[in-house]
Design a protein around this ligand. Structure first.
Ligand code: GLN
Length: 473
């Protein structure tokens, strides 16, 4: 197995059947897919496509619109929906020759941390089927971990990085506004980004290079082409790299021992060893810094995310989502529709989000959460003005068993991941080891538009702290 970035198209086409059959296994054994296209469809597409991703099978999270292929958000509400258009990211990758292999399982409307809140059943962790793979982009992480190469997910509060960590692969949340979200079914837009999973750092670079095109359909994108060009050339340099330096003298990395001490002792141990490795073997300058209030980010995140969710999900009403034949009255039908078609977690968030932004309580909850967000943004920006990277755990624990982390226990898994969503910084989850046979990862956060520097860091650590070829049996 080698990076797709180093595999010629003919070779990818030759491997296609094998790669596809692994994905079918991932669908059957771990429930990684909501929709898997047939081998015939996939082969036909792959043979007729042209471009740098010819012969690449691409699993896509089921909240990213794909023309003519069902896009359900793992919800009964959208169970029969086939979008009439492609999301911009899908359009870009198809134009580059990629073949959509299927739509991956996820938490309903991307609300969850374990992959269990799906109307189509939970996704399972390929390293241990009794454990969760992490969510909400559960299927996209499993697809790569289980002998795949690359996939797409979305990350509102950790939904790429948490499953990447639990499944032992790379997962990147890009800088806010760097990758178009046109065609992503929204959950909480001030926080979320579409991003790639991969096992090889070069493949991450290759996908990112294609994904950062400016899109006037996404109003959050920064239209600076020169900025984009400089990122593209740095990504290209990673793809072309042959050797790598033995040490990284002068690279400054910050971490907070206080924050790490909030994690489970097994996770702590692996991360502490990794920090020693960075310091002693890689010669990085690693410093312990104080990050007061970062532990408040979880509360701020959940209030903001729920408020935005309650507003976004208001669109699912009897105007568009019932058929004319069953129509009785707007309110009656809307109540019935939403009671029947939304899962419990989605309902909980709509109720809490409406409450936290209601006239009488807005100041106490929503506006306060925005102030905490501002404070955290300043804090992280200040650290990143002095350091190249901020290192944090991804998850406070190894992957929980199915049914073990529900309600607020599931929210608590996000304590580290929500930080860069609140601040907009890019963050990359990198596998750094195993504890009792289960993957452990860390995330690196860097300054805005330093996404390529994060990918380069993964490149440096590849084959040294993690083996990109390692896969569950
Ligand atoms: N677990 C978080 C939530 O449920 C993050 C989900 C996500 O990033 N989409 O909101």
């Amino acid at each position: 197995m080698k990076p797709l970035a180093e595999t010629p198209a003919e070779e990818r086409l030759k491997q296609l059947k094998t790669v596809y059959s692994r994905q079918r296994e991932a669908a059957e054994r771990f429930n990684a897919y909501i929709t898997l296209r047939s081998l015939e469809e996939v082969e036909e597409d792959a043979e007729s496509s042209e471009g740098p991703l010819k012969g690449v099978l691409l699993p896509i999270k089921d909240n990213i619109s794909t023309r003519g292929v069902k896009t359900t958000c793992a919800s009964r509400m959208l169970a029969g929906y086939s979008p009439p258009y492609d999301a911009s990211v899908v359009k870009l990758l198809k134009k580059a020759g990629a073949t959509v292999v299927g739509k991956t399982n996820m938490d309903e409307f991307a609300m969850g941390s374990t992959g269990e809140n799906s109307a189509f059943g939970p996704t399972r962790n390929p390293w241990d089927v009794d454990r969760v793979p992490g969510g909400s982009s559960s299927g996209s992480a499993v697809a790569v971990a289980y002998h795949g190469y690359v996939s797409l997910g979305s990350d509102t509060g950790g939904s790429i990085r948490l499953p990447a960590c639990y499944c032992g692969v790379l997962g990147l949340k890009p800088t806010y506004g760097l990758v178009s979200r046109f065609g992503l079914i929204p959950y909480a837009e001030s926080l979320e980004q579409i991003g790639p999973f991969s096992r090889f750092s070069k493949d991450l670079a290759m996908l990112m290079k294609l994904l950062i095109e400016y899109d006037e359909m996404d109003m959050t994108m920064t239209p600076s082409t020169s900025l984009r060009n400089s990122i593209a050339s740095r990504l290209e340099a990673i793809i072309k790299s042959t050797g790598k330096p033995a040490v990284v003298n002068g690279v400054k990395i910050a971490y907070s021992s206080k924050l790490i001490s909030l994690a489970d002792s097994r996770v702590q141990r692996v991360i502490e060893n990794f920090i020693s490795y960075l310091r002693d073997e890689m010669h990085a300058e690693v410093s312990d810094v104080d990050l007061p209030m970062l532990d408040k980010s979880l509360s701020a995140y959940y209030i903001i995310a729920m408020v935005e969710a309650s507003s976004n999900l208001a669109r699912y009403d009897a105007t568009y989502y019932i058929t004319r034949e069953t129509y009785t009255s707007y309110w009656q039908d809307t109540i019935r529709l939403r009671s029947e078609k939304f899962g419990d977690e989605v309902k909980r968030r709509i109720i809490m989000g409406s409450f936290a932004s209601s006239a009488g309580y807005m100041g106490r909850y929503y506006l306060k959460a925005l102030k905490v967000r501002r404070f955290i943004k300043n804090l992280v920006s200040e650290v990143l003005s002095r350091f190249d990277f901020l290192l944090m755990p991804v998850s406070p624990s190894p992957p929980p068993k199915l049914g073990e982390a529900v309600g607020v226990d599931a929210y608590a898994l996000d304590i580290y991941t929500v930080v860069p969503n609140l601040t907009g910084h890019p963050a990359l989850a990198i596998p750094i080891g195993f504890s009792s046979g289960l993957p452990v990862g860390v995330q690196f956060i860097s300054d805005y538009y330093k996404d390529a520097e994060l990918v380069y860091l993964a490149y440096l650590l590849e084959d040294r702290v993690y083996d990109p070829r390692k896969a569950p049996g």
